[in-house]
Design a protein around this ligand. Structure first.
Ligand code: C2E
Ligand code: CA
Ligand code: CA
Length: 528
């Protein structure tokens, strides 16, 4: 305990004891509640002073009442723990690997005991071994389990008698700390984070081998839940901890769930609840962003970008709903719908205009899905040479074999393949050597500051040179200002895309543009 906490604690305790003593003293003087006891003591020791007996009696009564309340909180945790332990044993509520309560066991602790209700302040920590999956993939499931076990031992060893620990799926540990002082729970949480981080830094040893672990920490605190209306329950806590754990953008060691996250989480829940219907009822539609030939400034194609205008939330970005569709197993239906809607529009475009569509790794893993896309292309009479599939670089890193297979199927049909977000993965060069790509899309992060950042210039220049020597087209995305367009042109980049030319537009707007320009779009028209 640090000095300030210690001083606060002492001050609070003295104050509480004195207050209770004063109450007893008052009650005795006014009502004589200790009168019988003092008469009895005077009878035994007639030399004692009556007032002294009252003061000492009040002190003892005060101390007894105070310590009863002081211990009650700790006692309730200890009793709850004993009760739960007895309940959990033999009821499939224990994680067999670590012996800790599992998610259901934790649910029992939170929902069926009044632990969180009894204590004025509590913090529930979520501690995730974020590289657990890659550890299991790299070293096998047994090593993964041994690391989990060892970490569980460390966490339990560091916990106090009144703290609860459980282990959920996905190597997420929960820990409940309670107190009657807010700064104490905060301090304790920091202590746990520091200690566990130190353990992670030193590595976990199993079978004589040292394994590095990475930890993420999140917390839900008693004051982040509206306690007047909401009883803290497991599902809500786990959801909030999971949400906070996924906020990787935060550089803070411990991510505390707060009001802003509550709003974001409610939005996410709304997306999850309404996405299925939106996909089925074709509320998700394609928009099209022009791709420009940098030398001639002519439009050579369009990239299909999914758009969802939510009736309550307004426009929702594909970056938000594509992962949800993926999680819910709805992505395939969404992709097929989008492909149909896009081909329906693209069949009316001039024949030299290409259409690029983004396909997620999940879709590519499913051969039927790839064949379905080819069928749709044929049904709408779209020439395969006009179709490009954009695959993000990360896909190749995660699942090279199935992506390779899908790429072969598509290439056999004459469909082109682009590697999207190039430069953001970490095995780019290897992929370029092994997979027959047609185009490299340089990620927009390198283009945004191109004219001023020498590092970006060096990277873009070498990617263009790489494309040239491999005979691949190179496209730069995210061109927002003329100066970057000029730099790219000078560097010999072949194609470009960005707000400088046009934002993604509806299918109807594309057709209007073609009508206006008689099938030949100039960048001047698009930028207007
Ligand atoms: P992406 O494939 O890298 O698409 C480019 C994103 O950059 C698009 O965002 C586009 O609107 C935006 N963009 C284009 N030019 C500029 C510019 O000059 N400045 C800025 N700041 N942004 C620009 P959008 O439409 O929000 O899509 C985001 C991501 O969502 C896409 O990144 C893609 O990965 C994914 N996505 C979009 N549609 C689909 C889809 O139909 N299927 C799948 N699987 N993913 C999709
Ligand atoms: Ca793309
Ligand atoms: Ca991209």
């Amino acid at each position: 305990m640090n000095i300030t906490l210690f001083k606060n604690r002492i001050f609070n305790e003295i104050l509480s004891i004195t207050s209770i003593m004063a109450i007893f003293f008052y009650l005795d003087v006014k009502l004589g509640i200790l009168i019988n006891a003092s008469e009895f003591i005077l009878h035994l020791a007639p030399n004692l002073n009556g007032y002294l007996i009252t003061i000492v009696g009040s002190m003892w009564a005060g101390l007894l009442v105070y310590s009863y309340f002081r211990r009650k909180q700790t006692l309730s945790a200890v009793l709850a723990k004993k009760h739960v332990k007895a309940e959990l044993d033999g009821q499939k509520l224990i994680d067999l690997n670590t012996g800790l309560p599992n998610r259901n066991g934790f649910e029992r602790i939170v929902n069926d005991t009044s632990l969180l209700l009894d204590n004025p302040y509590w913090i529930v920590l979520g501690i995730e071994i974020s590289n657990a999956k890659s550890l299991k993939n790299a070293h096998g499931i047994d090593v993964g389990r041994a690391v989990e076990r060892e970490f569980a031992k460390n966490l339990t060893g560091f916990s106090t008698e009144s703290e609860f620990i459980a282990l959920d799926e996905g190597s997420v540990f929960y820990m409940i700390c309670t107190s009657d002082a807010e700064d104490e729970v905060d301090f304790r949480a920091d202590q746990i984070v520091d200690k566990m981080s130190e353990i992670a830094e030193n590595g976990i040893e199993t079978d004589g081998k040292l394994h590095n672990i990475r930890l993420s920490f999140a917390a839900v605190k008693s004051n982040s839940i509206d306690r007047r209306n909401v009883r803290p329950e497991m599902d809500g806590l786990a959801k909030r901890l999971g949400f906070a754990l996924r906020q990787r953008a935060s550089s803070k060691m411990l991510v505390c769930f707060d009001d802003t996250m509550e709003i974001a989480m409610q939005r996410q829940l709304l997306i999850e609840a309404t996405l299925s219907e939106a996909i089925k009822s074709k509320q998700i539609i394609p928009n099209f962003q022009p791709i420009i030939d940098i030398n001639s400034s002519q439009v050579v194609g369009f990239e299909v970008l999914a758009r969802w205008h939510h009736p309550v939330e307004g426009d929702i970005s594909p970056e938000e709903f594509v992962p949800v569709a993926e999680e819910q197993g709805l992505l395939g239906t969404m992709t097929v719908n989008l492909m149909k809607l896009s081909c329906d529009i693209a069949q009316h475009w001039p024949e030299h205009i290409t259409m690029a569509i983004n396909i997620s790794p999940t879709d590519l893993r499913n051969e039927d899905m790839v064949l379905a896309l080819i069928d749709i292309m044929n049904d709408y009479g779209i020439d395969p040479n006009r179709l490009e599939i954009e695959i993000t670089e990360h896909a190749f890193v995660a699942d090279a074999d199935s992506v390779n297979h899908a790429v072969s199927l598509l290439k056999e049909q004459g469909i082109s393949i682009s590697i999207d977000d190039f430069g953001t993965g970490y095995s780019s060069l290897h992929q370029l050597r092994t997979i027959p790509f047609d185009k490299i899309k340089i990620d927009q992060s390198f283009i945004k500051d191109l004219s001023t950042n020498l590092d970006s210039q060096a990277i873009v220049r070498s990617v263009i040179a790489l494309g040239q020597s491999l005979g691949l087209a190179v496209i730069a995305e995210g061109i927002e200002v003329g100066i970057n367009f000029d730099v790219l042109k000078q560097m010999g980049c072949t194609q470009g895309q960005g707000y400088l030319f046009a934002k993604p537009m509806s299918g109807a707007d594309v057709l209007t543009l073609f009508e206006m320009e008689d099938g030949r779009l100039s960048s001047a028209v698009l930028a207007a």
